[in-house]
Ligand binder design. Structure first.
Ligand code: 6PG
Length: 226
């Protein structure tokens, strides 16, 4: 497993910000545009603040979430609200943001609209995933009844209902998220490190969805701090 381990979260955030910025700049230079997929939760908040201060051709970069809570976009738990507050400002204000809940609360219409929008996007250039202690990533929750569908479907987006976490979720699927040039699982804390240490080739993807993105099955790197 390709790991980047840092002594502090500050060092981790600064190094990951640089790595993401370099890959986005390279993508724009090579292909004229870039796509950045980011996650919610608390871990990446400072990273997003740093990215918002980073000079990039943001007008050529599409930003979208790997998942969101199925709540109004001004709800305190909305990942989109967090991204608009922390990332889509300053240098990054000109980025093109693709919402996962453009027609909330109409779930059926939203799935159709987001699926269509995702169909227009090429392979992702950068995907940043978080992880929970249950091995979930994005909103691919092992405790949700929809996990087998979300881990195997060729659809690009799905709804999941975690049993052990708040809110119904809208999430990119495993197949869509793995269609990426570079990805990182961004974690902080020894408990999460221990979860990753326990992953091996016998680990069930439905029981530990993050395992699908890490070697030997996936190509994502682990970027971590204590
Ligand atoms: C979400 C995230 C989720 C998150 C993990 C880790 O919507 O909550 O996308 O997958 O990355 O739960 O969250 P923390 O960073 O808060 O531990």
């Amino acid at each position: 497993m390709s790991e980047q381990a840092f002594g502090t979260t500050e060092a981790l955030d600064q190094a990951l910000c640089s790595a993401v910025a370099n890959r986005l700049a390279e993508a724009v230079a090579l292909r004229g545009s870039a796509t950045l997929v980011i996650s919610g939760g608390s871990t990446p908040r400072e990273l997003y603040r740093l990215l918002a201060k980073t000079s990039l051709p943001w007008q050529k970069i599409t930003v979208l979430l790997a998942d969101d809570r199925w709540v109004a976009l001004d709800h305190k738990d909305s990942n989109e609200r967090m991204v608009r507050e922390l990332l889509l400002r300053g240098e990054a204000a000109s980025a093109h943001f693709l919402s996962l809940a453009p027609v909330y609360p109409d779930e059926a219409a939203n799935l159709l609209q987001v699926e269509a929008a995702l169909t227009q996007l090429p392979t992702f250039d950068v995907v940043l995933l978080g992880m929970g202690l249950d091995g979930h990533t994005a909103s691919l929750f092992p405790c949700s009844a929809e996990i087998n569908h979300a881990m195997t479907t060729t659809a690009r987006v799905a709804m999941t209902q975690p049993a052990a976490a708040p809110h119904r979720r809208v999430t990119l699927t495993r197949r869509r998220l793995e269609d990426s040039r570079w990805g990182a699982v961004h974690i902080v804390g020894d408990e999460k490190s221990r979860v990753l240490e326990g992953i091996n080739q016998d680990t069930s993807e439905a029981s530990t969805p993050v395992a699908a993105f890490l070697p030997p099955r996936g190509h994502f790197e682990v970027w971590q701090a204590p």
